[in-house]
Design a protein. Structure first.
Length: 446
């Protein structure tokens, strides 16, 4: 049903439900940001504009079809496997964080961080840790689910900016996701255009490494500046037993265990070590419940946005956008820009880089073949575009997950997205000056 299309193709109008949501939500946030309002993106709560877009999509489109049928399209999209997997991971991550906090693990982790790690090294350390883990496990969301609770505890102890820490975590997670051999975005991009994994990795690495180096320096400078007023903080007491679940989660995730099982084991360990250190079963189980409740808003929102995207696709809005974006292609260079921008825009709109790549890769491959773009180059630019697309929008899963765990807002994260900006510049320079072209491309051009 997710691939079904309305008999009446609405073209660009099919995007209207999604654009109404984005216009109301982002427009409101920007308006109040200009006014200097604290937490501007919370003034208009995200559910209301999303519901407005959804109702417009159900009522005013395809009037010859019953609302029941259109609602079924929405249900199928909201409940698709990818959305449900994300919701389960989010609930488990919340349960783990809540349980660890309830038995004293969060306070212990915070105090340990203060005692062992200089405050000015915490932020670049978060970036590196997320990058390494994401490369190993192949998922940015899984990485963030495991590391954000640790990040929250460290920031609480050191007094570092939550927005800065969140940006470092997201940046590292997408750097690793972009390079990982087992990432779904890498697999989708390489298989979609017929590229070899190793060739795509080398190409991607040469583009992303300079961006990561710039970001790491920027995170160190920003972290050192932010730590100037908190470096004298005194560490409180900590119990190493209550910290073990945090490290267990990190290690199990890095060695490749499924993130759902990792988080379940983490919750079990918080209970075991909580009992050993004097906590009770009721405190532990209530901690799990409280942590899950803190994530309910994210689960509801993820399902609603997934359903809305399904309606937009059903009305032909995404197909129309892809068609319009590919029209300006006149040569090799403009083709490469479209190869990157198409998945970037689609991923940003639907807040899902994997799905954005899946939607656009057939079109991109056709264009790339026409203008003799090497498969490894296409795959690299597609993957970069998809990952960039979900770091610029406030309704993306990584942003929402960071908000839920750290309590920071979109406008507090984006100014510190050093890796995102550096990667966009690196990709632009690569395309504009024709860098890193292999023998096969030069031969084809000749």
């Amino acid at each position: 049903m997710f691939d079904e299309r309305s008999k009446k193709n609405y073209g660009g109008l099919g995007l209207l439900p999604l654009l109404i949501f984005l216009g109301l939500y982002i427009g409101s946030g920007l308006f109040y940001a200009v006014l200097g309002t604290e937490k501007p993106f919370t003034v208009m709560v995200r559910y209301a504009p999303l519901l407005v877009g959804l109702l417009i999509g159900l009522i005013f489109f395809d009037r010859e079809e019953t609302i029941t049928k259109k609602a079924e399209i929405y249900y199928a999209s909201a409940g698709r496997a990818g959305a449900m997997q994300l919701c389960l991971i989010i609930l488990l991550a919340g349960g783990f964080a809540g349980a660890a906090d309830a038995v004293g693990g969060k306070a212990s982790m915070a105090n340990l961080a203060v005692s062992l790690i200089p405050a000015n090294f915490v932020i670049p350390g978060i970036f590196i840790l997320c990058a390494v883990m994401s490369i190993c496990i192949g998922t940015s969301i899984g990485t963030l689910a495991a590391i954000l609770p640790v990040t929250a505890a460290m920031c609480e102890g050191t007094g570092l900016s939550l927005g800065l820490a969140g940006a470092a975590a997201i940046s590292g997670a997408y750097f690793g996701d972009n390079l990982s051999m087992i990432s779904d975005t890498t697999i989708g991009a390489t298989q979609g255009v017929g590229a070899e994994m190793k060739d795509k990795f080398r190409m991607n690495f040469r583009i992303a490494l300079p961006a990561a180096a710039v970001a790491l320096v920027a995170f160190y400078i920003a972290g050192a500046g932010n730590a100037a007023g908190v470096s004298s903080a005194e560490a409180g007491s900590y119990n190493l037993l209550t910290i073990i679940p945090y490290f267990a989660v990190l290690i199990l995730a890095i060695i490749g265990m499924d993130v759902i099982l990792v988080l379940a084991i983490g919750m079990a360990l918080t209970g075991i070590f909580g009992l050993v250190t004097g906590s009770t079963f009721i405190i532990w189980i209530n901690g799990i419940s409280a942590g899950m409740e803190n994530m309910f808003w994210f689960v509801a929102f993820a399902m609603m946005i997934s359903g809305l995207v399904g309606l937009v696709r059903y009305y032909g809005g995404l197909d129309w956008m892809v068609e319009k974006l590919t029209k300006p292609v006149k040569g090799e260079k403009s083709c490469e820009y479209i190869v990157m921008l198409l998945p970037l825009i689609v991923s940003g709109l639907i807040a899902n880089c994997t799905l954005g790549i899946m939607i656009t890769v057939p079109i991109v491959k056709e264009l790339g073949d026409k203008y003799k773009i090497a498969p490894k180059r296409m795959a690299s630019l597609i993957d970069i575009g998809g990952c960039l697309g979900v770091t610029f929008v406030p309704h993306a899963n990584a942003i929402l997950m960071t908000q839920a765990n750290l309590g920071c807002e979109f406008n507090e994260i984006v100014p510190y997205s050093f890796y995102t900006f550096a990667l966009a510049i690196a990709a632009f320079v690569t395309i504009q000056f024709g860098l890193m072209k292999g023998k096969e491309e030069k031969k084809a051009k000749t």
